[in-house]
Design a protein around this ligand. Structure first.
Ligand code: DCP
Ligand code: MG
Length: 387
């Protein structure tokens, strides 16, 4: 049905969405060291530079480069798209010394360490983190806890009583404050093994089945890319009868969040989006899908400790289900270049759909393969989208 030709993948492509990239690449330590420089630029608010480093790590093909780098390959590296003089000198330094001195200096600095620590907390971005460091002289998580009056330990876990449940039935899940995020920090920093991701998904879907039978769902994010351990769990949900553009999608999301809160499974909500009507001129990268960004904890089991986890639920009408899955599988670089690729071909891609700009024609792919077909891209398996 689609006349566009399909562009083949290759590691020298300018676009991350055309470069198969495994979870662990051939030059992982170099990518890690360049990542320190990139992260530091982000934390210092020098984002243009951060982006160019990101392009170096992905577009500039280091992560997708399928050979172990050595001095005889430097010439080829210098010709890959996006490798500028400065980047090339960092890579050369790594090849000859096994390290990048700028990365080492940054990683060892008190400022970098503190800013990394502070921005782990939901609600603290780079600007706030710099302010806490520069103006208030804070350095450690303990400093932050004192500043935000956050307790040092979580209250001991106990089985919830019926009065807890009654209270939860009448009050919405509380918003995650910085104080609460600090108290939960150790939990939220613990990585989530795949078996627990599956168990969380099963638990959420069992509750949803009672509210609205026959929903479909896919676990997306890093889990779908094959990560052994995730930082959070991302689930895209739909139902065959949901009508797009109505408030049904929002209602389903809110009903599910309320129910999970009543059961004691959702403890906090960071963001519960209202329904936004589709806007043809929207410019942000953030799609218009209904989302609930939450903190979740599995029901207690005797003899085992449960850990609070970040859980993102994304709700889509059936027409947007496959673009939502593609848009939330990541990686971030893959998604950024998917949007860029679409744009340069007169299309708009985001998780809520694909639109042709010249006549606003909308596409409703019925599989992820169709998403790639419509965009003229050769299929890349989710496990090779780790740009
Ligand atoms: N995503 C995006 N733009 C957004 C939100 C999400 O492109 N505004 C995509 C890219 C991410 C994926 O959704 O890869 C999920 O985001 P996460 O932050 O959960 O990252 P991952 O799931 O990739 O890794 P992890 O959760 O283990 O850190
Ligand atoms: Mg994730």
């Amino acid at each position: 049905s689609q006349s566009t030709s399909i562009t083949k993948t290759h590691y020298t492509s300018r676009y991350a969405c055309l470069r198969p990239c495994p979870m662990v690449c051939k030059n992982q330590d170099l990518v890690r060291q360049l990542g320190v420089i990139r992260r530091s630029r982000e934390l210092e608010g020098k984002d243009v530079s951060a982006l160019s480093y990101e392009r170096t790590i992905s577009t500039d093909s280091v992560a997708a480069y399928p050979y172990v780098l050595n001095s005889s390959r430097l010439d080829e590296i210098s010709k890959l798209p996006g490798i500028g003089d400065k980047m090339f000198s960092k890579i050369s330094e790594y090849v000859s010394d096994g390290k990048i001195s700028e990365s080492q200096t940054i990683a060892a600095s008190s400022r970098y360490k503190s800013l990394c620590l502070f921005t782990q907390i939901h609600g603290i971005g780079p600007t706030t983190a710099r302010n806490l460091y520069d103006s208030l002289g804070l350095r450690t998580i303990d400093d932050l806890k004192k500043h935000y009056h956050s307790p040092n330990t979580l209250p001991a876990m106990r089985d919830s009583s019926s009065s807890d449940q009654e209270r939860r039935m009448t009050t919405p899940a509380p918003t995650l404050t910085i104080k609460a995020a600090l108290a939960l920090l150790d939990d939220l920093n613990e990585k989530i093994p795949r078996e627990e991701v599956d168990l969380m998904h099963d638990t959420v879907m069992a509750e949803l089945e009672k509210l609205r039978p026959e929903c479909s769902s896919t676990i997306v994010g890093g889990y779908r890319r094959g990560k052994a351990e995730s930082n959070d769990v991302d689930i895209v949900i739909t139902h065959p009868k949901l009508v797009s553009g109505s408030d049904q999608v929002m209602s389903l999301g809110q009903m599910l969040v309320n129910r999970l809160h009543e059961r004691g499974l959702i403890t906090h909500v960071m963001h519960l989006s209202g329904f936004h009507p589709p806007d043809a001129l929207r410019t942000s990268n953030w799609d218009t899908l209904e989302k609930a960004l939450t903190v979740f904890i599995l029901p207690p089991v005797e003899g085992s400790r449960r850990v609070h986890r970040r859980l993102d639920l994304i709700f889509a009408a059936p027409e947007a289900y496959w673009t939502a899955i593609t848009g939330w599988t990541g990686s971030k670089m893959f998604e950024r270049d998917l949007r860029l690729w679409a744009k340069e071909r007169g299309m708009k891609f985001d998780s809520s759909g694909i639109t042709r700009r010249r006549d606003s024609k909308q596409y409703f792919p019925r599989s992820e393969q169709e998403v790639f077909d419509v965009l003229g891209l050769q299929w890349i398996d989710p496990t090779l989208r780790n740009a």
